[in-house]
Design a protein around this ligand. Structure first.
Ligand SMILES: *Cc1c(COP(=O)(O)O)cnc(C)c1O
Length: 216
């Protein structure tokens, strides 16, 4: 679907929910997409992208940043602590902070470098064993731990179970964010971003609907 159509749907979903469309950022998820397709979306004027692997992002975004002004790339996939330094250099935001060891590593590097991307805590709202994220019951404690480390925490992120209606998961994430005073909600993908917007999403992560099916 053309980017302009997606943006129009986002704007309509925002208005239907009584929200300002400008409060919703479209993160174009470019993981596993050919560079020519990404370049086409950049040519259209889009500047905010999401990647789920540090390595893949490191291979392509420094070059795109030379060719296009104002590019922002967010990490939406799991982050190993040994890649934290590289991730802090590559990304304007990290949506997948999900454990104390990673939080401590980010805090140490932030102290050392004097800079840190915006951070989202990932919550495993479906309590799925194979999925990253803190359990809902541990979210408040982990948020205060991150704040105690002076990390620039801006919001929460979730990936609902693939086989369940997403709305209750979006509602749960919004509730945890509200009681912790966090403004950001990274939720909603190609299949459910309009539902996520109805529940307060501030960042929707849309891949295949923009770029088509992924390679590999
Ligand atoms: C791949 C991915 C997306 C985008 O998924 P689509 O269904 O292609 O829109 C969003 N969020 C995360 C965390 C992803 O890994």
């Amino acid at each position: 679907m053309p980017l302009t159509d997606i943006r129009a749907r986002i704007d309509a979903a925002a208005r239907a929910a009584g929200r300002d469309p400008d409060d919703i950022a479209l993160v174009a998820v470019s993981k596993k997409q050919p560079e020519a397709r990404i370049a086409a979306v950049l040519e259209e004027g889009h500047r905010l992208f999401g990647e789920n692997r540090v390595q893949e992002a490191a291979g392509r975004w420094p070059g795109f940043r030379e060719d296009f002004d104002g590019v922002q790339v967010h990490l939406i996939g799991p982050l190993q602590t040994n890649k934290a330094r590289q991730a802090m250099e590559l990304f304007e935001a990290i949506h997948s902070v999900d454990r104390p060891k990673l939080a401590r590593t980010l805090a140490r590097l932030a102290d050392e470098t004097g800079a840190c991307p915006d951070l989202f805590v990932q919550v495993n709202t479906g309590e799925e064993p194979q999925k990253a994220g803190v359990l809902p019951a541990d979210a408040d404690g982990f948020v205060s731990e991150c704040r105690g480390l002076d990390l620039p925490l801006v919001g929460l992120m979730c990936i609902p179970p693939a086989d369940a209606p997403p709305a209750p998961h979006f509602a749960m994430l919004a509730q945890i964010a509200a009681r912790n005073g966090l403004p950001g909600l990274s939720m909603g993908m190609s299949a459910d971003y309009e539902t996520a917007i109805a529940h307060g999403a501030t960042h929707v992560r849309v891949g295949s609907a923009i770029f088509g099916a992924r390679e590999g």
